[in-house]
Design a binder for this molecule. Structure first.
Ligand code: HMG
Ligand code: MG
Length: 305
C-alpha cells in the first residue's frame, strides 16, 4: 500500500448486525455485502461462525458466505472463536478469518467463556489449521482502552495480547476500543506502545463511537502511522456484551475524512451511502452516519455525480 492510501475493513455486516435487535435474513445480508463490494470496499467482514445461542443475529453466516458471488480483489471474511468455527468457515470457502481475544479477563469470560490464556491456546490450533488450509488470519484485541466490567485496562496487557496474536501468525492485529471510551492522546500512546512489539504495518485500529471520539481517535492513529481502519456502514454496531456501547465509527465518516486529507480509499462515497440507506431501511433505523445524513439531505436521494 502506498503512503497516500488507507485501507478500510468494513465490519458492519458482522460487528454492526450482531448488535441490532432485529435479525436480518440471509438474503438481505447478501445484498448488503454485495453493495458494499460494489462501493469499493475490499475487505468485508461478512459473518461470524460463533454459537448461534450466544449471538443469534449471526446465525445463517454459513449460508451468507456460501451465497456471495466471488469478486476479484474482494475478500469476504468471518469471525471464528475456535476450531469448530474455523471448520464452518472452511466448509463455505472462506479465504480469511479473524480470531478475537480480549485484553480484559472479565470481558474474555463474558464474551467467549474462557480466560485470555485459554483463548490464546485455542487460537494456536486455529492458526495451525488455517495455515494448513492456506487461509489468512486476522487477530482482534478487545477492550484496548477500557473494559465494560472492570474499567481500566493496562496498556502492557494490550501489548502482550497483540504480540501473542502476531507471533502465532495473525497477519494483522486490530486494536479494538470496544466501549468507545478512548481519547486521541490515549490512542497515540497505545499505538506507540504496541509498535515496540508489533510492526506498525501489521496494526489496524477499531473504534466504537460511544463517546463521540471515534473520528478523532482515527485521526490520532493515522498520525501515529496506522493505515488500516475498521468501520461499519451507517455506523451500525456495538457489542452484545458491552452495555451502552454504540456502533463502530461510520465508514462514511472515514471516507469523508480520508478523502478530505487527500488519502485514497478506493471507495465511492455515494455508493457507500446508498448501501447504508439499504440496510437502514431493512432495520427500520435512521442512519448512524452524520456524513450520510448531511449528503442525503443536501443532494436529495444523493444525485452525486
Ligand atoms: P461455550 O459454551 O463455552 O462452548 O461457548 P463449548 O465449546 O462448551 O460448546 C458449547 C456448544 O456450543 C456446543 O453445542 C458446541 O457445538 C457449540 P452443543 O453440543 O451444546 O449443542 N459451539 C459452536 N457452535 C457453532 N459455532 C461455533 C461453536 N463453538 C461451540 N464456533 C463460544 C464458547 C466461543 C462458542 C461462545 O462463547 C461464542 O460463540 N461466543 C461468541 C461471542 C461473540 O461473537 N462476540 C461478539 C464478537 S467480539 C466483538 O464484537 C469485539 C470486536 O468487534 C472488537 C472490539 O470491538 O473490541 C471483535
Ligand atoms: Mg467491535
Amino acid at each position: 500500500m502506498s503512503m497516500d492510501s488507507v485501507r478500510l475493513v468494513e465490519v458492519g455486516a458482522r460487528d454492526g448486525l450482531q448488535n441490532e435487535a432485529r435479525s436480518l435474513p440471509v438474503e438481505t445480508r447478501v445484498l448488503l455485502l454485495e453493495r458494499l463490494a460494489a462501493a469499493g470496499l475490499r475487505t468485508i467482514e461478512s459473518g461470524a461462525f460463533v454459537s448461534p445461542r450466544w449471538v443469534p443475529q449471526m446465525a445463517g453466516s454459513d449460508e451468507v458466505l456460501r451465497r456471495l458471488t466471488p469478486r476479484p480483489g474482494v475478500t469476504y471474511t468471518a469471525l471464528v472463536p475456535n476450531l469448530e468455527g474455523l471448520e464452518r468457515a472452511l466448509a463455505v470457502g472462506c479465504r480469511e478469518v479473524a480470531v478475537f481475544a480480549a485484553a480484559s479477563e472479565a470481558f474474555s469470560q463474558r464474551n467467549i467463556n474462557c480466560s485470555i490464556a485459554q483463548s490464546l491456546e485455542r487460537f494456536q490450533s486455529v492458526l495451525a489449521r488455517a495455515r494448513e488450509a492456506g487461509v489468512a488470519v486476522r487477530g482482534y484485541v478487545s477492550c484496548v482502552m477500557g473494559c465494560p466490567f472492570t474499567g481500566q485496562v493496562p496498556t502492557a496487557r494490550v501489548v502482550e495480547v497483540a504480540r501473542a496474536l502476531h507471533e502465532m501468525g495473525c497477519y494483522e492485529i486490530s486494536l479494538g476500543d470496544t466501549i468507545g471510551t478512548g481519547t486521541p492522546g490515549q490512542t497515540a500512546r497505545l499505538i506507540k506502545a504496541c509498535v515496540a512489539e508489533v510492526p506498525l504495518t501489521a496494526l489496524a485500529a477499531h473504534f466504537h463511537d460511544t463517546y463521540g471520539m471515534a473520528v478523532a481517535n482515527v485521526h490520532a492513529a493515522l498520525e501515529a502511522g496506522v493505515r488500516v481502519f475498521d468501520s461499519s456502514v451507517s455506523g451500525l454496531g456495538g457489542c452484545p456484551y458491552s452495555p451502552g456501547a454504540t456502533g463502530n465509527v461510520a465508514s462514511e465518516e472515514l471516507v469523508y475524512l480520508f478523502h478530505g486529507l487527500g488519502l485514497s480509499t478506493g471507495i465511492d462515497l455515494a455508493r457507500l451511502i446508498k448501501a447504508g440507506a439499504f440496510v437502514d431501511q431493512a432495520l427500520h433505523r435512521p442512519t448512524g452516519s452524520r456524513v450520510a445524513k448531511a449528503l442525503l439531505h443536501k443532494h436529495n436521494q444523493l444525485e452525486i455525480p
